[in-house]
Design a protein around this ligand. Structure first.
Ligand SMILES: [Zn+2]
Length: 330
């Protein structure tokens, strides 16, 4: 068992990260041609999220997309993330959902270009990576290890991956797209059995730490921010009860939760952002932000919450993690 988790003198650890998927990423993943002009909501979302995190005194890992970092219009917005004390991670250059199915050379180019753009804007070189839509391959892991990354955070052992793909397909067809849904989007059944605790991928030229996005222990049901918003559309009390159950189960099973947010979790139907097909977009921004504040206050009451990089540093110093050979689903 992990010493950082088991030491009774320390509060149990948890991490918080936010994928900065932009408006064009959603349009692209749902097959809407409007994505090609790269419409953005970052100017609404980033200042709001940074103020929100300051109020809650939380530091997180922002997984930034290289394409947005390379747009001069985003310079001030993205540099502010590091100025306010957060970590920046690499979320690929183009948020291509099938990145993990590309050749090793293409993957390396995508990751390098994103890191260069993010470093240029923020002054911080990412040392963690999260693939678009939880995609992972052996080539991707080896590229990350070869580039000296400290951790990957792309796995999400989620038993509802197939249902989520069906949901995505039905939403896409309702908004007029015939886009194929990428295999493995939202996680594959094969990945469901992967560990929820951090571990090492054993690779040809070394090892790479994996910090999985946490799903409910045993049942492997998702509990990231967008899923909680989906439940909160039915009942905020139900969503809160589900989240608290998930956290208690994590504590019982000595799983340090890695809770995942998206920028869209902080946007509401009154923000004039055309995202009505996403969960939670019928509620107002204020309602959603209040819900997220209560959720994250509960999270930081139960756990010592840090960015993923800080937690990865602690794990490296404190103990040997179990290691696994990659056997990845597609
Ligand atoms: Zn993403």
């Amino acid at each position: 068992m992990n010493a950082a988790i088991a030491n009774p003198l320390q509060r149990p650890r948890a991490t918080l990260s936010l994928d900065l998927d932009n408006l064009w990423c959603y349009q692209r993943s749902f097959g809407l041609e409007t994505w090609r002009s790269y419409p953005s909501f970052l100017e609404i979302a980033v200042p709001r999220i940074l103020d929100f995190l300051d109020r809650l005194n939380l530091k997180v890992t922002f997984f930034v997309i290289g394409r947005d970092a390379s747009d001069p219009a985003n310079l001030g917005l993205l540099s502010e993330i590091v100025v306010r004390g957060h970590e920046v991670g690499n979320h690929s250059f183009d948020h291509e959902l099938a990145l993990h199915l590309q050749s090793r050379e293409e993957i390396e180019d995508e990751i390098r270009r994103a890191a260069d753009a993010i470093e240029t804007v923020t002054g911080q070189r990412p040392r963690g990576f999260r693939g678009p839509a939880f995609g992972l391959s052996q080539d991707l892991l080896e590229v990350l290890a070869g580039l000296g990354y400290d951790y990957d955070a792309s796995t999400c052992p989620n038993s509802l991956g197939l249902l989520a793909r069906l949901w995505h397909r039905s939403k896409a067809s309702k908004i007029g797209s015939d886009e194929k849904v990428v295999g493995g989007l939202y996680g594959s059944l094969k990945d469901t059995g992967q560990s929820l605790r951090p571990y090492l991928w054993s690779l040809k030229d070394g090892a790479l730490m994996e910090v999985p996005v946490t799903t409910l222990p045993i049942l492997r049901l998702p509990f990231h921010g967008t899923y909680l918003n989906y439940l909160a559309d039915f009942s905020p009390a139900l969503a809160r009860g589900y989240f608290m159950t998930a956290l208690r189960l994590c504590k019982l099973r000595a799983v340090p939760p890695s809770f995942l947010l998206h920028a869209s979790d902080f946007l509401g139907g009154d923000d004039s952002v055309p995202l009505t097909y996403l969960p939670g977009m019928k509620r107002s921004a204020e309602e959603k932000n209040q819900f997220m504040a209560e959720t994250l206050q509960a999270y930081s009451r139960m756990f010592e919450v840090t960015p993923i990089g800080t937690f990865a540093d602690e794990l490296k110093q404190q103990q040997a993690l179990p290691s696994f050979l990659p056997a990845l689903g597609a």
